[in-house]
Design a protein around this ligand. Structure first.
Ligand code: URA
Length: 243
């Protein structure tokens, strides 16, 4: 690819701005100042502008984000802080997408990636990827709650849920694994079982567990193994350290 196109694609400037930057001698390719916009480059070349290396890594990026409460699962919002606000320091952050949604007040595991096909797999209702949530309720659930959830329950608005795995830790805390992702599903299930969610945190997606050492409001790259764990359809037994 031509150097001027490469620089424009990496948002260094428009094609004409890039030509001026090149003419000033600000661009180095593999350590040599290059001024000719027609120079051919590839992703294996080390290209820098005014000393700053341009990331040429075209490998897909997968991030594990520990979402805090108070931000919305959106790229932009006129009033609210968004998940993408945390990522806008990343190169080509505009190409990133948020995999699924957590409510504004929900914390926990969220995947952010520029791999559209991977995102599609994870959110596809046909894949039935399990998602496990830790919740706290300020009203006790009915006695048969675990059994009712396990059989596939009906919400107050008559929506039919597929069987889910509810494990109460005590009267006010529980873990719920669901295989679909309807709007406010966990809150609505808990409500239909007599409770009221006052705290919600996603602990896992597939076999991928939230890395509890990841500070709330921070993210890190996922390992290749973790990207596979997230699309696994049979969850491991829960073994969360903090609860
Ligand atoms: N279910 C909910 O009710 N809220 C979330 O954020 C995720 C699942």
């Amino acid at each position: 690819m031509r150097l001027d196109k490469f620089l424009a694609d990496h948002e260094i400037g428009t094609r004409s701005e890039v030509k001026k930057i090149l003419a000033k001698g600000c661009v180095c390719v593999n350590g040599l100042i290059i001024k000719d916009p027609k120079t051919q480059v590839t992703n294996t070349d080390q290209i820098s502008v005014s000393g700053t290396l341009i990331e040429t890594d075209t490998k897909k990026r997968y991030y594990m984000f520990h979402k805090p409460a108070g931000c919305v699962s959106a790229k932009t919002d006129a009033c609210e802080q968004t998940v993408m606000d945390f990522f806008c320091g990343e190169p080509r952050w505009q190409e990133l997408c948020i995999v699924g949604r957590l409510d504004k007040d929900t914390e926990g595991l969220l995947i952010v990636t520029d791999d559209g096909a991977y995102c599609h797999t994870l959110i596809s209702p046909k894949k039935h990827i399990p998602k496990t949530y830790y919740f706290e309720t300020d009203a006790p659930l009915c006695e048969e709650a675990e059994k009712i959830a396990g059989e596939g329950m009906t919400l107050r608005d008559k929506t039919k849920c597929s069987p889910a795995k509810l494990e109460m830790i005590d009267e006010s805390k529980g873990m719920l694994t669901i295989y679909e992702g309807a709007y406010h599903q966990v809150k609505r299930m808990v409500s239909a079982l007599g409770g009221h969610v006052c705290y919600l945190k996603r602990m896992s997606i597939g076999n991928l567990m939230l890395d509890e050492s990841l500070a709330i409001g921070t993210y890190r790259r996922m390992t290749e193994e973790e990207t596979w764990q997230a699309i696994c359809q049979s969850p491991k037994k829960n073994s969360y350290s903090k609860i």
